[in-house]
Write a new protein. Structure first.
Lengths: 236, 194
């Protein structure tokens, strides 16, 4: 499930978010992802989908919801909701026509097998701007950002890879489809790897299938020119 | 912290199945009468859930409205074989609450408005009927020691972090974490038996 070859257990077993260390196990088993930044929440949610986990914690929530003492609603509440629904339905027709016109639907079918939360955000992101070129055979699509953390969908052509590189912050990668090898191990659908500063690696997608990954990275705050210089030195 | 206890009666299996069928009708046929029936049951409870976190009545209603509209919008993604309407609607309510809290804290937040969509998980290998599952969870909950029920409700339903729970229960953080994990494993274990 969690492929932590080559990474020390305590570094891997926790998420470092600023000065808060959250045990990954707690997040996954208990689902206290309510406090996670959106990019990490997306990763955890996507992994749950890939693992085929029954949404146990949500079943619990549903049971507790049923047991709630019903609150009194404003008499206009239902009308307000129906009005909003009606205007939605009207706008929907127009928006559907618009979406068809945009060429960005070209790669949409590729995304059909990806976990739903990622798929929906990718479609949204595509409608705002397309895939960005990162390297030969590799493109990225930003999904969600919060403070200095960002979640991106990475698309890697079979056999394509990036040169040896370092990370300034920590990066978590969840494989959504296909597989890649980073010189130490092969990571396939459902695997998560974690890489930090000083962990050099050279990921390359395996042949035969496009590899999609969800990469969550935390870039450090920019302190000025020194960091720019450092970035240039460590990038190959 | 929490105003009322969850002491209301939960749905019977047939009632739960009925609401799931109504939600499917909304998804397939945009059935407004079905939606209204769902609304009558769930909207007041969704609002009660939201009001636990936001004491402001008007704000709770605003978010509840958002939740019910989202239920309408996403209904075609609902699959009664995988989850009951309660599970699905709870998930939306929880996500909307998180979004609202984020927007309140950071009005200029970049990125997608909906942190994530309600996802359709793959069916588990030994799939129980969705309605039956929730009945079992409810039963299993009742059989937990009261302090474990409370911790589980605070952590998951009310969305408090372990640190916050430790503060309001005056328990050491380590104790909170291990008890919650214990309770969850017990609940899971009770579900996967037979």
């Amino acid at each position: 499930m969690w492929n932590n070859i080559g990474v020390t257990p305590d570094v891997f077993g926790s998420l470092e978010i600023g000065y808060t260390v959250i045990a990954l196990e707690d997040v996954l088993t208990v689902g206290t992802g309510v406090r996670l930044p959106a990019p990490l929440a997306l990763l955890v949610e996507s992994k749950r989908v890939l693992d085929g986990e029954a949404p146990f914690a949500d079943v619990l929530g549903g049971a507790l919801l049923e047991a709630e003492t019903p609150d009194a609603l404003h008499p206009d509440f239902l009308d307000a909701v129906m009005r909003e629904i009606d205007s939605l339905e009207e706008g929907l027709g127009a928006r559907k026509a618009l979406k068809g016109a945009r060429g960005g639907a070209r790669r949409l079918s590729e995304l059909a097998q990806l976990p739903e939360p990622v798929r929906a955000m990718a479609a949204e992101s595509l409608s705002r701007g397309g895939w960005r070129f990162a390297a030969l055979g590799i493109s990225t699509l930003p999904l969600v950002r919060e403070d200095s953390m960002v979640a991106e969908l990475i698309r890697i052509e079979p056999g394509a890879g990036v040169a040896q590189h370092d990370h300034l912050g920590r990066e978590y990668t969840l494989v959504l489809q296909g597989a890649y090898n980073d010189g130490l191990a092969t990571f396939s659908r459902g695997d998560v790897s974690s890489r930090g500063p000083g962990d050099l690696h050279r990921p390359r997608a395996l042949e035969g299938e496009i590899c999609f990954t969800l990469a969550v990275s935390e870039a450090p705050m920019v302190f000025g020119n020194f960091l720019d210089v450092l970035q240039k030195l460590t990038r190959h | 912290m929490s105003e009322g206890e969850n002491t209301g009666a939960s749905l019977s299996e047939s009632e739960r199945a009925r609401y799931s069928a109504l939600l499917e009708a909304v998804g397939r046929r945009r059935d407004k009468a079905a939606f209204a029936a769902l609304f009558q049951y769930y909207a007041p409870r969704v609002k009660a859930f939201l009001r636990r976190m936001a004491a402001d009545d008007a704000l709770a209603e605003e978010i509840a409205q958002d939740v019910m509209v989202t239920v309408w919008r996403k209904a075609e993604q609902f699959d009664a074989r995988q989850a009951s309407a309660s599970t699905w609607i709870f998930r939306i309510a929880r996500n909307r609450r998180i979004d609202a809290a984020r927007r309140a804290a950071r009005p200029d937040l970049d990125g997608n408005d909906e942190a994530f969509q309600p996802s359709a998980p793959a069916a588990p290998d030994d799939a129980l009927e969705a309605a039956e599952t929730e009945g079992r969870v409810r039963e299993a909950l009742k059989n937990l020691p009261p302090e474990q029920i409370r911790l589980v409700t605070l952590a998951y339903y009310e969305g408090l972090s372990h640190t916050e729970i430790a503060e309001c229960t005056n328990l050491p953080l380590g104790t909170v974490k291990s008890r919650i994990r214990l309770a969850f494993n017990k609940l899971r274990g009770l579900l996967s038996d037979d």
